[in-house]
Design a protein around this ligand. Structure first.
Ligand code: FMN
Length: 467
């Protein structure tokens, strides 16, 4: 499928094609003034968030531009996929399903030379890159939109995940590994063997590999999900100094190794929750080489809608399908921005049988473990509109009969409401479910006021432009 002259597969796998597409579609904002990567860039990006993708053309101290806001608006992501936004989660879930069914459907292509290593820098110098310092209390400059590719030391296969990486020197990074991550397992095995773990850090790879990396707990070769998403294999390029390939279309590749047994200070970092993730002694990477395109663009995200959308788009269809298998009355699932993408689900149902909603709430929590609040609403509620959902809670939720409280459940460690275990690696929280559906048999009392549907384009109206 082609749109604006650039095929979907190209705009999902190559950030340059994606930027060109957005430019043609009138969705690219160019900041031509020189901006300071320390605080100023993110300050501007925050004010422009949702208005379009922002290309910072001149970043002080670096030759390279920065792109931010690629994931801030779901309609834009939908346009890049060539799909209405609500279908994107299903495209991702279908790609996961196809990969699970046929994991070797696409033969991997390993190249010696590719766009990602058009330039091989003489000595690795992270300070030459326009890496921003985002929030005012961040502990340093952060690569926060980069994919870390590593080999499973047991199988030799690849895994890819997104990690925040703080620059602590020209060739040094500290970074965060949350509990349960494959990278954490690999580092632990390498440390037990007393060896470093080689990685390639890929920045600016495009949305197909981005979403594949953000899918948790899939394991070896999950980057093949990206192949299924675009319908052809994404090439990788051999490392210069590490035995780990990088995505061939990356804008920048930072080859590095995780140093065994070493921990250094990382954080604070303005997190997806809207709070700071604290400073602590965390894992360390030594950078061995940096390669990049001839004219690379550094990709960064702002913690907030960009991350909420990433989580929602990778999780919603999976939750929906898990629920639908047990409850045919479920019609849609949304992880709304007010729940930071991770913590709240709105589930829409059609005429549920009495008592079913409590089961649906339990199954929703089981389907996505970081959820802390779930709401079930009727078919007449727009689950994408927070006002409508709030209206349903206010007018249809009866705490005496519709509340589900689950104390002592597993919580997501970034949420400050989670009580952390002593080892700091996990935590618990009380989860709350709300049945905000019309009580069965009481439909007449809860009938929603409706007006005649009209097409405004058909009328001669001045002072108003229909969308
Ligand atoms: C923007 C963004 C930043 C992330 N930062 C981190 C991080 O710093 N540490 C971490 O452990 N997970 C982080 N994650 C989550 C993981 O990358 C993600 O869950 C991944 O799928 C884990 O892969 P795995 O299950 O194979 O370990 C981040 C995700 C996104 C989208």
């Amino acid at each position: 499928m082609a749109d604006e002259g650039i095929a979907v597969a190209d705009r999902l796998s190559d950030l340059n094609c994606c930027i060109d597409f957005l430019d043609h579609a009138g969705k690219l904002i160019r900041v031509r003034s020189e901006v300071d990567p320390v605080f100023e860039l993110a300050g501007i990006a925050r004010q422009l968030e949702g208005a379009g993708c922002v290309l910072f053309e001149h970043v002080r101290g670096s030759r390279f531009p920065v792109l931010c806001g690629l994931l801030a608006d779901r309609d834009t992501v939908g346009q890049l996929f060539g799909l209405p936004a609500p279908q994107v989660p299903f495209a991702i879930a279908d790609a996961v399903g196809a990969w699970k069914k046929e994991p070797t459907a696409f033969a991997p292509r390993l190249l010696e030379r590719a766009p990602a290593n058009e330039v091989i820098t003489a000595g690795p110098d992270l300070h030459a890159l326009p890496i921003p310092q985002h929030a005012l209390k961040d502990g340093g400059r952060y690569l926060d939109a980069s994919l870390v590719v590593a080999r499973n030391p047991l199988s030799g296969e690849l895994n890819v995940s997104v990690h925040r990486l703080m620059v602590t020197g020209r060739d040094r990074l500290t970074f965060l590994i949350d509990p349960g991550r494959h990278l954490g397992e690999y580092v632990q095995i390498a440390e037990e063997r007393g060896v470093a773990l080689e990685v390639s850090i890929c920045n600016g790879t495009g949305l197909a590999s981005w979403f594949a990396a953000a899918l948790p707990r899939l394991g070896d070769n999950k980057h093949h999900v990206a192949h299924h998403l675009i319908g052809r294999p994404l090439a990788m390029v051999r490392g210069q100094t590490v035995n780990v390939p990088a995505f061939a279309t990356s804008q920048f590749v930072i080859e590095a190794e995780v140093l065994p047994g070493l921990r250094e200070e990382e954080g604070p970092f303005g997190e997806v929750t809207g709070f700071y993730g604290g400073r602590d002694r965390r894992w360390v990477m030594q950078v061995k080489a940096i390669t990049h395109r001839e004219h690379p663009v550094l990709h960064t995200v702002l913690s907030g809608p960009e991350v909420w959308n990433t989580v929602g788009l990778t999780a919603e269809a999976a939750i929906y399908r898990a629920l639908k298998a047990r409850h045919p009355e479920v019609t849609a699932v949304f992880l709304p921005p007010g729940g930071c993408g991770f913590y709240q689900a709105v589930v829409q149902v059609d005429s549920p049988a009495p008592g079913t909603c409590q089961e649906i709430l339990r199954d929703t929590f089981a389907a996505f473990r970081s959820l802390q609040r779930a709401v079930v609403v009727d078919r007449d509620v727009d689950i994408f509109d927070p006002v409508d959902v709030e209206w349903a809670i206010t007018t249809r939720f009866n705490p005496d009969t519709g509340m589900l409280i689950l104390p002592g459940e597993e919580g997501h460690i970034l949420n400050p409401m989670v009580t952390m275990a002593e080892d700091g690696k996990s935590g618990t929280v009380t989860k709350v479910g709300m049945d905000a559906t019309v009580p069965p048999g009481d439909e007449a009392r809860f009938e929603r006021v409706l007006y005649q549907p009209v097409e405004l384009r058909d009328y001669d109206i001045s002072g108003f432009t229909p969308r």
